[in-house]
Ligand binder design. Structure first.
Ligand code: CTP
Ligand code: MG
Length: 233
């Protein structure tokens, strides 16, 4: 059994505004990227990680990850958008993990994802699901509005879910979805859906939140301070 995780980490972090790529932003002394990679390895399911770094900072990212086994953690230059970055990391899978049984795609920005949730995604793919996503129920009431902002409907949220990462795939399924996709997609499973594939869900976790803004980072810092699970020993 061989599992490889692709980690898109090539974004600029414009909305966070830290003056550096978001993946390199430290939280309590450790970057989001180091935390994301460690979470994957700590799941006990992931054998190889391919990180897509900002193309002009590949060496910086390699140094950042120097504490991990270089046989397990690999860095490639990322692309202009997330889809391109995943595509470039996916192209490296045959070199670093030939014959992989499962491919995960996991945002560096979801650095606090519990390792147990990562294991659940892998296990669902190994259990026969071609594509698996972690999801959470929607807590807020959802309204549909017209372009002017007037409410046109209240949406039944009982069937709605928000989607996190890692998303897990049979490698042939993810490759076929990316081969068929021309343009950018916000999530990888969306490409599988578009190609007519089945996508299953597992329960997500609040700690798998995506760090987008300074507010998210402040939330993550206070959660870490209160519940330092999985912190370096
Ligand atoms: N990402 C990537 N390559 C890109 C753009 C984004 O690998 N060209 C990655 C980011 O590094 C992040 C994930 O995709 O881990 C989700 O993207 P997002 O949260 O939008 O991160 P950024 O693009 O860095 O943030 P922003 O949009 O605020 O600049
Ligand atoms: Mg972005």
């Amino acid at each position: 059994m061989k599992v490889v995780a692709l980690v898109p980490a090539a974004g600029r972090g414009v909305r966070l505004g830290a003056g550096m790529p978001k993946a390199l932003v430290p939280v309590a002394g450790e970057s989001l990227l180091v935390r994301a990679v460690r979470g994957l390895l700590d799941s006990g399911r992931v054998h190889h990680v391919v990180v897509a770094a900002p193309a002009d900072q590949v060496e910086v990212v390699r140094r950042e990850l120097a504490g991990f086994d270089p046989g397990s953690v690999h860095v490639v230059p990322g692309g202009a958008d997330r889809t391109q970055s995943v595509r470039l990391a996916l192209a490296d899978v045959d070199r670093v993990a030939p014959g992989a049984d499962v491919v995960l795609v996991h945002d560096a920005a979801r650095a606090f994802t519990p390792p147990e949730m990562i294991a659940d995604v892998v296990d669902a793919v190994l259990g026969g699901a071609p594509a698996v996503i972690p999801v959470l129920p929607v807590a807020d009431t959802i309204k549909q509005v017209d372009p002017g902002g007037a409410v046109t409907a209240t949406v039944d949220r009982s069937l709605l879910r928000t989607v996190q990462t890692p998303q897990g795939f049979r490698p042939d399924v993810l490759r076929a979805a990316y081969d068929a996709a021309g343009d950018a997609a916000t999530d990888d499973a969306g490409l599988v859906e578009r190609a007519g594939g089945e996508v299953r869900t597992v329960p997500g976790h609040p700690r798998a939140l995506k760090i987008t803004t300074a507010f998210d980072l402040a939330v993550a810092e206070s959660v870490l301070a209160a519940e330092p699970i999985g912190e370096p020993r």
